[in-house]
Design a binder for this molecule. Structure first.
Ligand code: CO
Length: 287
């Protein structure tokens, strides 16, 4: 049953998030952590819904380590661990923030966590997405920070990670009502910055945009299905992956996700949970 698949995906994602959170420490290679978490999600019997994101400091989202990097966590890094699991197309998406070896940003982390908790308290059939957003912004402002205005939560549909409806991190005035059976992720971002992210550099995450008869691109398509995949995934399935990706780029076969960043020197914290809304209230699948 679909509900059971959402619950199962949530359970697997939650376990992976907790394990990953415990592992983040100074000196650990990002690539090793991402590979390990993705493998552990697969061992649990799910697929990854998207590559493990390890966005640091002013990066809010959409960075995953490259296949050949030796980048390591450093003292003072503010790490957003964002990951997802997929069971028969049902998705879970969850994130947590950890500061490496220091505790300068505890309030910023708490702001995003409390915003998520308060937002979830507002979730019920008939509630408006804008009411939830208003709660997110109010909570983050009480801590003296800004929400990120141009990032949102999103509905989770079968094999579609960012489906139709957005969950803003402020009151955007929208009249979209929550309905029974709705599945979505709420993900408040709190920042020391102005609350706008920009995407300029490639973050090693891609999406296939169409079909192609080329054998290598067929392989990429199979790796991706309809979900985002990483350069590490491409490297695992194709020896000459860098050439294939370049060819795919020429054919406009791929979308390249940019890393979404606040201004240099600003900090960003994120918390995220996935929800299945039943008639009698929300089931938080990734608790
Ligand atoms: Co999400």
């Amino acid at each position: 049953m679909e509900f059971d698949d959402y619950v199962q995906a949530g359970k697997i994602a939650s376990r992976a998030r907790k394990e990953g959170y415990a592992m983040i420490e100074e000196g650990l290679e990002l690539r090793k952590l991402a590979d390990y978490i993705e493998e552990s999600i697969r061992k649990d019997g799910a697929n990854i819904a998207f590559p493990v994101n390890l966005s640091i400091n002013n990066e809010a989202a959409h960075f995953t380590p490259a296949p050949d990097t030796d980048l390591k966590f450093q003292q003072g890094d503010l790490v957003k661990l964002d990951l997802g699991a997929e069971v028969n197309g049902s998705l879970a998406d969850t994130a947590v923030t950890k500061e490496v070896s220091t505790d300068k940003w505890t309030n910023l982390i708490n702001a995003s966590r409390e915003a998520t908790e308060n937002a979830i308290k507002k979730v019920k059939v008939g509630a408006l997405t804008s009411e939830i957003g208003r709660e997110v912004e109010a909570t983050i402002r009480r801590y003296g920070y800004n929400p990120i205005y141009n990032l949102t939560g999103h509905t989770l549909e079968k094999y579609v990670l960012h489906a139709g409806t957005s969950f803003p991190n402020y009151d955007d005035g929208s009249r979209v009502k929550l309905y029974p059976g709705m599945t979505f992720a709420i993900e408040p971002f709190a920042t020391t910055g102005k609350g706008r992210v920009k995407g300029l550099e490639f973050g090693n995450i891609m999406l296939c945009l169409k079909e192609d008869s080329d054998e290598s691109l067929k392989i990429l398509r199979k790796v991706s299905r309809s979900l985002p995949f990483s350069m590490r995934d491409a490297a695992r399935s194709l020896k000459n992956y860098d050439l294939v990706i370049k060819e795919a780029q020429k054919k406009k076969f791929l979308y390249f996700y940019p890393v979404l960043k606040e201004n240099k020197g600003e900090m960003v914290a994120q918390t995220e949970h996935s929800i299945y809304l039943r008639e009698d209230g929300p089931v938080i699948t990734t608790l």
